[in-house]
Design a protein around this ligand. Structure first.
Ligand SMILES: NC(=O)c1ccc[n+]([C@@H]2O[C@H](COP(=O)([O-])OP(=O)(O)OC[C@H]3O[C@@H](n4cnc5c(N)ncnc54)[C@H](O)[C@@H]3O)[C@@H](O)[C@H]2O)c1
Length: 332
């Protein structure tokens, strides 16, 4: 029997990531090739015409899994009955703008959209925040949607995770699908800590540690980390636009693994509400290694943390605490 359609909200759908993301959702990349979907696309009034253009293209693409498309600038209509919400819309930092001004704009957007989701989304709606500052936007959303379980509110660090996999595969000249269990700790910002201490490579002779295979701790502790941290800036420099297809693909990976589960023995990175694991203060949305099963994520516990990792994990937690107080100061 055909499955019921899942309603997927994409905010900021007329933007770059939105344009790359909605066809992926409609093709079954996010929820599987047998899962019909109804797309809800939200953007703001100045982008209404462009949003309608995206809707026209979705119709023209005749995706068999796409059962309906709602394109709207009305947040209530956009959120009505959605099962999955991918929050890509936000206020970008413009030249000359203070950090506080950008934070303040995003805090008010995420406060309003939290209320709309809380009132109008389907029960158990899963939320993924992509728009920057992603961790703090997700935290604001959580605070202003208290009836949505905190386990349902996450932010995207999967792009950073995938970038780390990509760098290791390039360095070792192996397939990216043979590398697993890198970790992104912390903030989706340049303080994030890409960690390969527990990462492995699968080969015909079994699993080997990335660290042993790379055999260059200096590179792993310096260039590898900064390359992943600054990959977003490198893409902007090359493309004169920020990463979009890789961000959209990572958003699909994040939701797919959350809903359908991670493969046995593999973890992924997700920004989730800290439960105090690894000494990270509760009350932050922090990227951890997680496994997913039956629609629920769990933080991978008991990994050994050395002194180098500890310092990096704390530094990115400190930045998140600062962002949190800045966000709260914008609420007054
Ligand atoms: N977490 C990550 O890994 C990651 C990666 C890349 C980009 N990003 C972030 O994702 C966001 C989107 O990037 P983009 O390149 O698509 O930007 P973009 O400027 O092309 O698109 C953003 C869209 O959001 C819309 N928008 C603005 N305010 C809105 C609101 N209140 N409600 C609904 N829509 C609204 C805009 O009109 C625009 O169409 C940015 O914040 C970017 O920094 C995050």
């Amino acid at each position: 029997m055909a499955k019921d359609a899942v309603r997927v909200l994409v905010t900021g759908a007329a933007g770059q990531i939105g344009y790359a993301l909605v066809p992926m959702v409609a093709r079954g990349v996010m929820l599987g090739p047998d899962q019909p979907v109804i797309l809800h696309m939200l953007d703001i009034e100045p982008a209404a015409e462009a949003l309608n253009g995206v809707k026209m293209e979705l119709i023209d693409a005749a995706f068999p899994l796409l059962k309906d498309v709602i394109a709207t600038t009305d947040v209530v209509e956009a959120c009505a009955g959605v099962n999955i919400a991918v929050m890509v819309g936000g206020f970008p930092r413009k030249e000359g703008m203070e950090r506080k001004d950008v934070m303040s704009k995003n805090v008010s957007i995420y406060k309003a959209q939290a209320s709309a989701l809380e009132k109008h989304a389907a029960e158990n709606c899963k939320v993924l925040v992509v728009a920057n500052p992603a961790n703090t936007n997700a935290l604001i959303l959580k605070e202003f949607a208290p009836s949505i379980p905190e386990k349902n509110i996450t932010c995207l660090t999967r792009l950073d995770h995938n970038r780390a996999l990509g760098q290791i595969s390039e360095r070792l000249d192996i397939q990216v699908s043979d590398v697993k269990n890198v970790i992104i700790w912390g903030n989706h910002s340049s303080t994030q800590y890409p960690d390969v201490s527990h990462a492995t490579v699968t080969s015909s002779s079994g699993e080997k540690s990335v660290r042993e295979l790379v055999a260059d701790d200096k590179w792993l502790k310096t260039e590898f980390i900064t390359t992943v941290q600054q990959r977003g800036a490198a893409i902007i420099k090359a493309r004169k636009l920020s990463s979009a297809l890789s961000a959209a693909s990572a958003a699909c990976d994040h939701i797919r693994d959350w809903v359908l589960g991670t493969p046995k023995g593999t973890w992924v990175s997700m920004g989730v509400y800290s439960d105090g694991s690894y000494g990270i203060p509760p009350g932050l949305i922090y990227s951890f290694p997680v496994t997913c099963e039956k629609g629920e994520w769990s933080i991978v516990k008991g990994l050994k943390i050395d002194e180098f990792s500890r310092a990096k994990m704390d530094a990115t937690a400190n930045e998140l605490m600062e962002e949190k107080s800045l966000a709260y100061s914008c609420l007054n």
